[in-house]
Write a new protein. Structure first.
Length: 544
């Protein structure tokens, strides 16, 4: 699988800042303590290796996954030797995909991610008005990247003076010299961005406008602009997009619910008994059946159809087979995924209705009692899948991996619940007869009470369903073991012939809860972790 978590590290003359970002656009600032920074060209690679090692350790712990791609932002005045030290240090700490980016380029990525239109050939003047600041002219390349045309730091302007580089004349002079180095006359820059402490000062905005001929724009969250650009910009050249599928796992996850759905419906048809005359209006008849088996068969049909639609969409629009740049389908791939989810939910409802139609025709019964056990229990799951589809429509990338992988329903839970429902329905109807040797073997070890319909075989099925519910509701191995053991024992203890249908409907509701948790993660995660708007079209020369 490709890299799902990206790390941005920004080195400055006095501190190190870092941020982790996910492929869905969410990001989180890392609180760094005691990260060393040595500002000298003669310190070797140890200073950078020590700093990167501590940052990566904190990032792995915060992200819950190994960081594989890193964009390192360095001040524009750093020498080539110092930048090479950063690359060498990254290799020493085990990083394979590393890109060293000048701070003005990272700020341009940040501005571009905020919706500012920078056409190829556009020239941007980035002014850092903080202590030890700089001014740089950056050009947008035809391939979408950025190239630094010139750069002037405050130390060059204030040489021989006690100024710390934050006074108005120093910032204005840095801007003039950077424009002169790029052969830009006054008024030529397409955009002037100012950041750093004190960037919101009205006097600074007027001074820069007088020096450049362009009204400067204030970058929101200016102190984090560089590190935000590190996670918002393109990754290192060695970073590949995650594959849409994972081979046999996706096939099993799609086929297994379909297999259990067909088995449970076949068991429902062969194990049910009809009472009353056929084709009589005054006596519609009744059906003695394992209704819970029909409900679980229907929810498995929904999972199979939705999984199949996702799988077909991923195979049809695989980005690895698209032309360079992703082709026409690339911007709409997540929307096709959303349509596949909605279509799968609708197809699952149709499959459940078809189950009811087949049973109604075979047993000569009204459809409503059958629809009540085939369509009604899976309505919450279909609604949950539809909410997920709406969230996917609005989010171009999943939190991890690809959409089919992230939305893959756990095959282990399907196997446990399907096996459990088969055993419960067998204990109720003694169908299929091929399982009779299993029942006799179980009765040798666990004697059955003659007065109860649900015997040891059915209670083993209850154990399986309880374990399946714990598997779906928890991701931790230890919580699955502890919660699963208690829940499995509870379901097995209280299971009876009259409550088996409620247990089956309860599992259908847990499936709906699984979809709801996926939807909540897609909807709430951006609200909690998305950084503020990367840039604002707000002039510094206008009163706030």
């Amino acid at each position: 699988m490709g890299v799902a978590v990206r790390l941005g590290v920004a080195f400055s003359t006095d501190r190190v800042s870092a941020m982790i970002g996910w492929s869905d656009g969410t990001a989180m600032v890392l609180p760094l303590d005691d990260v060393p920074l040595v500002d000298t060209d003669s310190a070797g690679e140890d200073w950078a290796a020590d700093a990167l090692a501590r940052v990566i350790e904190d990032a792995d712990a915060a992200a819950g996954a190994l960081v594989g791609a890193v964009n390192v932002v360095v001040p524009p005045g750093w020498s080539l030797r110092r930048r090479e030290q950063v690359r060498t240090a990254a290799g020493l700490v085990g990083l394979q995909s590393v890109q060293v980016v000048p701070a003005p380029v990272a700020v341009c990525w940040h501005v571009l991610a905020g919706g500012v239109d920078l056409a190829p050939g556009a020239r941007v003047l980035i002014c850092d008005a903080g202590p030890g600041g700089s001014a740089s002219v950056v050009r947008r390349d035809r391939d979408g990247g950025f190239t630094t045309m010139s750069s002037v730091d405050a130390a060059t302007v204030t040489a021989g003076t006690p100024d710390d580089g934050t006074s108005l004349w120093v910032v204005a002079e840095m801007a003039r010299r950077a424009m002169a180095g790029a052969d830009l006359p006054a008024g030529a820059p397409d955009l002037v961005c100012v950041l750093g402490p004190g960037a919101e000062r009205l006097e600074l905005g007027r001074a820069l406008q007088a020096a450049t001929g362009v009204q400067p724009m204030l970058v929101v969250e200016a102190e984090l602009a560089a590190v935000l650009g590190a996670v918002q910009g393109p990754g290192p050249a060695g970073e590949a997009p995650p594959p849409p599928l994972e081979g046999w796992r996706d096939i099993v996850a799609t086929a297994l619910p379909g297999v259990f759905s067909v088995l449970l419906f076949w068991q429902f048809m062969t194990g049910s008994e009809r009472y009353g005359p056929r084709e009589k209006v005054y006596a519609p008849g009744m059906l003695l059946a394992s209704w819970g088996g029909l409900a679980v068969a229907s929810v498995f049909a929904l999972l199979a159809v939705a999984g199949g639609a996702l799988l077909w969409t991923a195979l049809r629009h695989d980005p690895s087979g698209a032309p360079e740049g992703g082709g026409v389908a690339a911007p709409a791939r997540h929307r096709l995924t959303a349509l596949a989810i909605v279509g799968g939910a609708g197809g699952g409802m149709i499959a459940a209705a078809v189950y009811a139609l087949i049973a109604a025709g075979y047993f000569d019964l009204d459809m409503w009692p059958l629809l009540r056990w085939s369509v009604l229990p899976i309505l919450p799951a279909a609604l949950g899948a539809s909410v997920v589809a709406v969230a996917v429509w609005r989010r171009p990338e999943p939190p991890h991996g690809s959409w089919p992988v992230w939305l893959r329903f756990p095959p282990s839970a399907v196997a446990l619940a399907g096996t459990g429902m088969l055993l419960i329905a067998f204990d109720e109807t003694h169908s299929p007869s091929q399982l009779m040797p299993l029942m006799q073997l179980v009765h040798l070890w666990i004697p059955a009470h003659e007065t109860t319909i649900i015997g040891p075989v059915g209670r083993i099925g209850g154990l399986c369903i309880g374990a399946a519910v714990a598997w779906l509701l928890s991701a931790s191995v230890w919580r699955r073991l502890l919660f699963g053991a208690a829940l499995a024992a509870l379901v097995a203890a209280v299971l009876s012939w009259r409550s088996s249908g409620a247990v089956a409907v309860g599992f259908c509701l847990v499936v709906a809860a699984w979809w709801a948790m996926r939807a909540a993660q897609l909807i709430l995660r951006p609200l909690l972790f998305t950084p503020p708007p990367p840039a604002a079209a707000q002039p510094t020369g206008r009163p706030q």
